[in-house]
Design a protein around this ligand. Structure first.
Ligand code: PLP
Length: 425
């Protein structure tokens, strides 16, 4: 990237922050960049948390535990309720011993990176990926980011294998765990591409992890936001690491959060991991000092899970997000110029657009913000290689239906204008 492009990109990151709920213009602005629940989706949290909190606090016998440090792995009641809830959502038994409380997926990543790996550890990441994870792993932990190309089915397994072979160390001396590297992946309703990794690709990833001794760190953030009529989520990558296999050891960790299915402000999440991995996490000195990460909130949410409040809220969200996704997709089908490639997702928050190669979405974003009062995530910001310059990620999570419809029309108009301008040059 040139110095100018770097400066532009910095300015453009500021555009992403232009959406300010306190600004006068916020009513008219459509923030497709936001991958978080908006006001409509947070509605109901007050009542839910009020009810769950009352249940918890009405038990005087629990007071001395509720406000005490929690056990390193988390309040057992939370792990039990979570396992029940997940078994029902996944359609597969989840064991409570495999659950650990975290303060959200970001903290889950922090925990794994610090407890299981050293600085400079190779991390194989989908390109494009969740751009903040690249920043965390590279800047906070000094890990060695190795981008791997993706297609519409997930990570390119052939390229991954050749990179694993290339980076495999000759000695494992000094490693904290049996894993010399980590594959960071978002297999279900991927951020930013929206795809679900194909079953074939999932099986290959398990085979590669077992063969090359790497940890599959899966971000299972959006799995429960599926918009088909199935009663269960698409199978998570961990479910392919079958306990019954002769060569099973446990190579997959599932990092999850309440941020998208309830409220990011709670800072509550969980990790699901087999004993072979869990033993490193539960021995974290940080957990030993501070106890369960976010103990009090996990106790409130345990009550909410037990009362069926989370399941009810999740059903409301699925319905709401599904309607928004339907509106966004049908509006894109109607208004998108030709030559734009889209795989319409069946869940999650994100629609990924591949525009004609002549369109630089960093420039499109500038036009979109200034003239059309919308924003989005431009492709290059999601790519550790600075690729995807002609791509854009739109999120349906933050805006209500009316805004989505209006915003998609505005996005398509901005794109049309941009394409016409670039043709004339
Ligand atoms: C893939 C991925 N991981 C982690 C997060 C952040 O999760 P949390 O709020 O639980 O830290 C996000 C949110 O956008 C995400 O998309």
């Amino acid at each position: 990237m040139t110095a100018n492009a770097k400066a532009d990109s910095k300015d453009l990151f500021q555009y992403l922050a232009l959406y300010d709920e306190n600004s006068e213009d916020h009513e008219n602005f459509v923030p497709f960049s936001m991958g978080a629940p908006g006001a409509e989706s947070l509605a109901g949290c007050n009542q839910l948390l009020d009810k769950a909190t009352r249940i918890l606090l009405s038990d005087d016998g629990e007071e001395r535990f509720t406000f005490q440090y929690g056990p390193c792995k988390g309040y057992p009641g939370f792990c039990r309720e979570m396992a029940k809830f997940l078994s029902s959502e996944y359609g597969q038994t989840v064991s409570r011993e495999d659950i650990m409380v975290t303060a959200g997926a970001t903290q889950g990543l922090h925990l794994v990176a610090t407890v299981m790996f050293n600085k400079d550890t190779p991390v194989f990441m989908e390109d494009p990926t969740y751009f903040i994870a690249v920043k965390i792993l590279r800047e906070d932990f000094g890990m060695n980011i190795i981008p791997v190309p993706t297609d519409s089915e997930g990570i390119n397994a052939e390229k991954l294998e050749s990179m694993l072979v290339q980076h495999k160390p000759t000695s494992i001396a000094g490693q904290k765990t049996p894993f010399w590297g980590m594959v960071y992946t978002i297999p279900t309703f991927n951020n930013p591409k929206g795809y679900c990794m194909s079953p074939e690709r999932c099986r290959t990833l398990i085979r590669l992890a077992r063969k090359h001794d790497v940890l599959l760190f899966t971000e299972d953030i959006y799995n429960m936001l599926h918009y088909d009529d199935s009663p269960v989520c698409p199978p998570r990558l961990m479910s392919y690491d079958n306990h019954m296999d002769e060569d099973f050891q446990g190579h997959v960790l599932s990092n999850c959060t309440f941020s998208k299915i309830l409220a990011p402000g709670l800072r509550l999440g969980w990790i699901e991991a087999p004993p072979r991995i869990m033993k490193y996490l539960e021995k974290s000195a940080t957990a030993w000092s501070g106890g369960a990460f976010n103990h009090y909130t996990s106790k409130v949410i345990a009550s909410a899970l037990k009362e069926g409040l989370i399941a009810k809220h999740l059903n409301k969200l699925r319905k709401e997000y599904r309607e928004r996704m339907d509106i966004a997709c049908s509006s894109l089908r109607k208004h998108l110029p030709q030559d734009v490639k889209v795989d319409y997702p069946k869940g999650g928050f994100f629609i990924w657009l591949e525009l004609p190669p002549s369109v630089d979405t960093m420039l499109l974003l500038k036009l979109a913000v200034e003239k059309y009062k919308i924003n989005f995530i431009f492709g290059a910001s999601t790519s550790p290689t600075g690729g995807c310059r002609n791509c854009a990620r739109l999120s349906i999570s933050f805006c209500d239906k009316k805004k989505i419809e209006k915003g998609i029309v505005a996005f398509c108009e901005a794109l049309q204008e941009m394409m016409e301008t670039s043709k004339g040059q």
